[in-house]
Design a protein around this ligand. Structure first.
Ligand SMILES: [Zn+2]
Length: 446
């Protein structure tokens, strides 16, 4: 190598800033959201300022003075809401949206979804996850909990978009090699600022006792969450009773897995004893009403669970069984369905439902979130001036649950703006690539 070339290499190494230099610089610059409206104990407060430094909200108050060099966001006419958490999804499945609808769960999985999934490449996962991230950002979801194939690819793609996520690879006996990949994945991502690794045994019907116990052992050793599907269909419960003599919840309890480390999606078919065990173990239940309704799996006994003091949060499930990732829609449908299930409009107030998508989810995932000083800066802004369905300002929590059709204008995660006034940098390229990949996948399956 010539002397000049060596010099160029050395100069680049030491003079040119590394890629993350600008990110680091942005991290140091405070951000001030001026004159925004927000909710405090259900009351709408106007004219508030939110000061963000690094990845935290430092202060919320009136007339916080803006300093030179601060990034300023005009919040006038906008409502700030804390980040929502989609607590159960399979984000890469956004690539399969609309591919197979209106089928029974098992034929849907066996004849349509699993054969197509067998053809998914790492690149398909990458673009499916990016497509899902776009949708989450647009719906004000700042964090999601995922279980799917190629978790490293999903984690990297998510990190590139700037969202926060709890990610696990899916474990089941059909693909025994997945189990061996869990611990290295957890070790690689433990301690990351945005990606929290979890352990994802698919379900009691897809995992043997040995697999479940191995998953538990890894999760215990690394102090991470176990993410699973539980008591989703009547057939699952009947099968479990037949093979183990126990309900799926009782079975997990005997394995020592029904505890606060467990995030159990669905929990539709529960006995009173199951509800008691979930409460006793402090299991976090993730309700997925729209997916359960679309697949005709049933309606979860949320009122009974909540009366038993179980911490319940909300998820959309994958976009191929929902078919979107819209938590506002999930909130409204959940409220309305539960009112009908218990034959009273008094069941589940808007405030209770709002709590499921925010505070309960923050507790389940151990995150310090919300609009208060010290919290992680994960929030969204909704432009009220362009949303007549949020007028008049009477009960804004009710509006968010019953009248919001989804879609926020600005999304901030970990102190970084991911979407500003409806613009997400790089969105068009992601949409184009996702469309190409969907076409290729379907042509392979035909
Ligand atoms: Zn699922």
């Amino acid at each position: 190598m010539s002397k000049q070339l060596w010099f160029s290499v050395i100069a680049y190494r030491f003079i040119a800033p590394p890629d993350n230099f600008y990110t680091f610089l942005a991290f140091l610059i405070p951000m001030l959201i001026k004159d925004v409206s927000l909710l405090e104990s259900g009351q709408l407060l106007n004219g508030r300022d939110i000061l963000i430094q690094g990845n935290r909200i430092i202060k919320i108050g009136r007339d916080l003075s803006d300093e030179p060099g601060e990034e300023l966001i005009d919040g006038h006419g906008q409502l700030a809401i804390p980040g929502l958490i989609n607590a159960h999804t399979h984000l890469a499945m956004t690539l399969l949206r609309g591919y197979a609808d209106d089928m029974e769960l098992m034929p849907w999985l066996q004849e349509k979804i699993w054969p197509l999934e067998a053809r998914l490449t790492e690149e398909d996962i990458r673009w499916g996850v990016k497509l899902g991230c776009l949708e989450l950002i647009r719906f004000g979801v700042t964090c999601y909990s995922d279980m799917y194939y190629y978790p490293d690819v999903a984690a990297n793609a998510t990190k590139e978009t700037g969202l926060r996520a709890f990610i696990s690879g899916v474990i089941f006996d059909m693909k025994p090699e997945m189990l061996g990949q869990v611990e290295p994945f957890v070790s690689r991502w433990k301690g990351d600022d945005l990606i929290m690794p979890t352990v994802g045994p698919h379900s009691v019907y897809a995992c043997s006792k040995e697999t479940l116990l191995k998953a538990k052992e890894i999760a215990d050793r690394h102090d991470v969450i176990i993410h699973t599907h539980l008591s989703e269909t009547r057939e699952e419960v009947e099968g479990s009773n037949l093979t183990t003599g126990k309900s799926p919840v009782e079975y997990l309890d005997t394995l020592g897995m029904a505890n606060e480390r467990l995030a159990a999606a669905h929990c539709v078919w529960l006995s009173e004893r199951d509800c008691y065990l979930l409460a006793k173990g402090k299991v976090n239940v993730v309700n997925c009403t729209v997916s359960n309704l679309k697949l005709a799996s049933g309606i979860a006994p949320l009122n009974t669970l909540m009366k038993a003091n179980v911490n319940v949060c909300l998820g959309t499930d994958g976009a191929s069984s929902n078919n979107n990732l819209n938590l506002f829609e999930e909130m409204k449908v959940t409220a309305i369905v539960q009112k009908n299930a218990y034959h009273t409009p008094a069941a589940f107030s808007a405030e209770q439902i709002w709590h499921l998508a925010t505070e309960n989810a923050y507790r389940a995932f151990g995150l310090n979130l919300g609009l208060h000083a010290g919290a992680l800066a994960d929030l969204s802004l909704i432009n009220l001036k362009t949303r007549p369905w949020l007028y008049p300002f009477s009960n804004m929590v009710s509006h968010l649950v019953y009248s919001m059709t989804g879609g926020v204008d600005t999304t901030i995660v970990n102190g970084k703006v991911l979407m500003r006034d409806g613009v997400i940098p790089g969105e068009a390229a992601i949409l184009e690539e996702a469309q190409k990949r969907f076409k290729r996948l379907v042509s392979l399956a035909e």
